[in-house]
Design a protein around this ligand. Structure first.
Ligand code: NAD
Length: 363
């Protein structure tokens, strides 16, 4: 199979869909890999690294879309890319179709077979191609929050780990899933006094079993959450209700009860945010102040560490990419119901029920 990897064209996207290591494995499986010149530069992979891995470099996205049987990307195809997709071609990337009717209609019209990273599942009901980005965002959250806590950056001037004789920062992590667990581990590793709140008792039990004493766990009742937010130097918002907007757990009125210069890191901003005063920000201008409380609300946090994110995503996508290339998408999906769950569009039809329900399109 010919696997094509174009340069990402969405603004501020530095990741790349196929790593040199993945290209080398695909070549070893007898496939041809075509990478657009410069596609890996943002993640630190120059063309020569791909050439050494056995890939071929193409000058343009047009050349790749024209030749490849399967396009492997990171972000959803932009309008110009959708115009280049053709009938029978496979597209393997993040799509996030539910809030995006224009993209959905274009993909249906293209006749391509579109497999979305975000709906591929694993045997435990997890989302293995979303998890690596949650891990990255979770580990980044305390790092960005710690920077924001510094006085010159608008924060309270509190050091995460304290020093001998001075208490560490208090960190409340709301949501103990993938993001929250990784955020808690890093914050605790920096020496902060960390409490993780979740509404799932089984999840809190699992965290308690796994991380004995590394951080505290607390049931996320409204009163417990409000109390932890009031006492915190940093709050990490890491909740997710699948298929729904994030619940608003801190109101504007609550900000006046918080410590001046405290920091809210709203990782759930890509689902609308879990603080009433959150609005999406960018890596260029990540932080703003509301009533003396600093807000960090970058919607694509993994982009800040494009190299790590590319490698983490590449590790997760590789087995699926190889299965599709080795067997063809039909057989690969027949063999693996988890991959089949990724199928969102095929041959002019929407095939994913939740997207159809969200957009009012027959599936
Ligand atoms: P997850 O499903 O692994 O965890 C979410 C947790 O939130 C669950 O344990 C759930 O029980 C808990 N929860 C739900 N409602 C709650 C409430 N009211 N109070 C306390 N806990 C509650 O999800 P995840 O992978 O950790 O993702 C968390 C959020 O981070 C999602 O919104 C995701 O889209 C977002 N995210 C953002 C970025 C970014 O760049 N900003 C990157 C990755 C993920």
């Amino acid at each position: 199979m010919k696997i094509g990897c174009p340069t990402e064209i969405k603004p501020q996207e530095f990741r790349v869909g196929v790593t040199p290591a993945a290209a080398a494995e695909a070549v070893a499986h007898g496939h041809e890999v075509i990478v657009q010149s410069g596609a890996g530069t943002g993640a630190g992979f120059e063309d020569a690294v791909y050439t050494a891995a056995g890939a071929r470099i193409a000058d343009s996205a047009e050349a790749i879309f024209a030749e490849a049987d399967m396009i492997v990307k990171v972000k959803e195809p932009q309008a110009v890319e959708r115009g280049m997709l053709r009938e029978g071609q496979i597209l393997f990337t993040y799509l996030h179709l539910a809030p995006d009717p224009d993209q959905t209609h274009d993909l249906i019209a293209s006749g391509a077979t579109c497999i979305a990273y975000e709906t591929v599942t694993d045997d435990r009901g997890g989302l293995p191609l979303l998890a690596p980005m949650s891990e990255v965002a979770g580990k980044l959250a305390p790092q960005m929050g710690a920077w924001t806590l510094q006085k010159a950056n608008g924060g309270r001037g509190v050091l995460m780990g304290g020093v001998p004789g001075v208490l560490p920062a208090r960190v409340a992590v709301i949501g103990g899933g993938v993001v929250g667990t990784h955020a808690a581990r890093v914050a605790a590793g920096m020496g902060a006094d960390v409490t993780v709140l979740d509404r799932s008792l089984p999840r809190l039990k699992a965290l308690d079993d796994m991380f004995r004493g590394e951080f505290k766990t607390l049931y996320a009742s409204q009163s417990n959450t409000a109390e932890q937010v009031r006492a915190a130097d940093m709050v990490v918002g890491a909740v997710l209700i699948p298929g729904a907007a994030a619940p608003k757990l801190v109101s504007r009125a609550d900000l006046s009860d918080m410590k001046p210069g405290a920091v809210l890191v709203d990782v759930a901003i890509d689902q609308g945010g879990c603080f009433e005063t959150s609005r999406a920000t960018t890596h260029q201008d990540p932080v703003y102040d509301v009533d003396g409380i600093m807000h960090y609300c970058v919607a694509n946090m993994p982009g800040a560490v494009a190299r790590t994110s590319t490698l983490a995503l590449g590790n997760a996508t590789l087995p699926f990419m190889l299965a599709i290339a080795d067997k063809g998408w039909q057989q690969a999906c027949l063999d693996d119901p988890n991959l089949l769950n990724g199928l969102n569009v095929h041959a002019g039809k929407l095939t994913y029920f939740a997207v159809g329900r969200a957009l009012g399109i027959d599936v």
